[in-house]
Design a protein around this ligand. Sequence first.
Ligand SMILES: C[S@@+](CC[C@H](N)C(=O)[O-])C[C@H]1O[C@@H](n2cnc3c(N)ncnc32)[C@H](O)[C@@H]1O
Length: 525
Amino acid sequence: MNMPTMVPVLRHNISPFLDPGSRTKANSLAIVQLSRDNLVPVYLQRPTGEHDGYKEGAVVNTKYGSYPHSTMLDVPWGSQIRASKVDTGSRGRKRKRPDGEDAGRPATDNNNNNNNNNTEEKTVETPKEESEPTNGAAAVAKPAVDDNSGFIHILPPTPEIWTMSLPHRTQVVYTPDYSYILHRIRARPGSVLIEAGAGSGSFSHASARAVFNGYPTPEYTKRKGKVYSFEYHEQRYHKMKSELEEHGLEGIVQLTHRDVYKDGFNIDGVSPQADAVFLDLPAPWEALQHLVRRRSTPGNDGWVSPLNPSKSVYICTFSPCIEQVTKTVSAMRRLGWVDIEMVEIAHRKLHTVRDRIGLNLPVDRGVNNSPKDVEEALARLTEIENRAREHARDSQLGGDDADATPMDVDTTTTKQNGNDGRQWSSKPWLDGRLVTRGEPEVKTHTSYLVFAILPREWTEEQEAAALARWPCGGEPKQVIGSLDKASRKKERREMLEKAGKSGDRNSRRKERIEQIGSPPPAPAQ
Ligand SMILES: C[S@@+](CC[C@H](N)C(=O)[O-])C[C@H]1O[C@@H](n2cnc3c(N)ncnc32)[C@H](O)[C@@H]1O
C-alpha cells in the first residue's frame, strides 16, 4: 500500500510586519501611538513580577500617563488603552546603579516623547530581564489600576509606522519615496533585491514586505523573495542585525557587513541574482562597477555578476544633491544602463475641509461667524436698525420691554435658520464649501531618485532560437494609410471593390436607395 510521504514543514515565527494576527501578544513588537505623529515601538512583555521598580511589571511612561504592558497585552490591534496608576515601589526611592547612574528618577523621566526628525538614538522599549522579586516571594505583578490621566492606541507594526517610529541612526528613506521606488524597480512577491546601505532599516522593512512570498524552506526549491542588504558601519550593522531578528525578518533580509564600493555584492562568491537594486550611498557611482553583467578587467576570473542573468535589472539610486546625480548618470551610461531618468518626489499634504462662513451658523469649530456675502451683511444691519427703531418707539411709549437694548436680540432662531428661513443642516460635514488647502510650507525635497534599466544579455544563438520560435520579418512589405488625399481615396475604392462593393460614391448611393427605397418627395411649396 502506498503511504503518503510526510514533508517536514519548518515553522517560522512569522514577523509581525508580515502577519501581526488580530491581537497583541507577548515578546512581540507593538507600536504605541501617543499622538498622530508620535509613535513609540515597544516589545510587550508578560508581567512576572516587579520590573525596574514598578510593581505592575514593565511600564511605558509617557507624558499622557503610565501604561503597564499587562494592560496592552492580548487586546485587538487598534485598541485604546487607558493610563494606569502605577506603584513605583522601590523606584520612588533613590538608589544607585553600578554605573553610578541615578536609577530612582521619577517616572516621567522615562518619557518616550520622540521627535521623528532628529537623527539621535530614540528610546525603544526592548525586552529586558525581569528584576528579581525583592523579598524572594513568588514573582507576581500587581494588577494595574485605571487612571484618568490619558490614553494611547496600540498599533501593529507596519513598515510605514516603523519608519515614523524607528530609532534613527542615519537619514532614512520615507514612505512617499520608498513606495514610489519599490513600484518603479518592480519589487513584488518573489523578487530578489540588493540594498546598500542599510542605515536605519527603513527601506529594508518596506522592501522585505514587498518581496515576501513565504519563508525559505529546504524542501521548497524555487527561490523566494529576498533582500540582500549591505552596511559598512559596524555598530549600525550589529544594531540592525538584532532588529531583524527581533522582527522575525532575518529569513527575508540577509544583512552583510561590507564596504560595497570595494567588495561588491556577491555573498561568498555566490551571486544573489538580483532582479532590482536600490543604492542609498554617499557615492553610488563607485558601487556601480560591481553591478554589471560581465567584467573585462584582468584578475576577475571566476567572478560572477550579482544580477539575474535572465531578466532586465531595475535600479534606483537615492542622492541628496545634483552633483551626485550627474556622476551616477555618467557611470550608468558608461556601464550600459538604459532608460536613465531622474525623479524628485514633491510630497505635499492636502487638507480638505468644509469652509463654513455665515452669521446664522451655530458657533462651532471650523465655523467663521461673519457675513458670507454682502446680502447677508445688509440683512443683518437692517435687522439691527429695525430693532433699534422698535426699541426707541417702545421707550417713548414706556412699554414693558423698554429696558431691552437693541442688542438683546433673540438669536436662537437666527443661529439655527438662515435669513431665507432655511434650516441649516444638522450634519455639519455636509454644510459649507468644500475647500482643499495645501501645507503652507512644502516639505518636498528629500532626495533625487535616479532610475535605470540594465537589459539582459542576448546572444546570437538566443536571437536565432527566438526567431525560429516566433518567425517574423518575412511578410511582404505593405504601406497602410497613404499620406495624400487622392491616394487614400484610391485605396478605399480598391478596398471596397475587393469586398464586392462599388468603389465610387454615386454607385454606392444608388445601391443604398435600391436597398431602402426612394426618399419621400419633398413637400410642395
Ligand atoms: C543614508 S543611510 C541609508 C538609510 C537607509 N536607506 C534607510 O532607509 O534607513 C546610508 C548608509 O550607507 C552606509 N554606507 C556608506 N558607505 C557604504 C559602503 N561603502 N558600503 C556599505 N554601506 C555604506 C552608511 O554607513 C549609512 O548607514
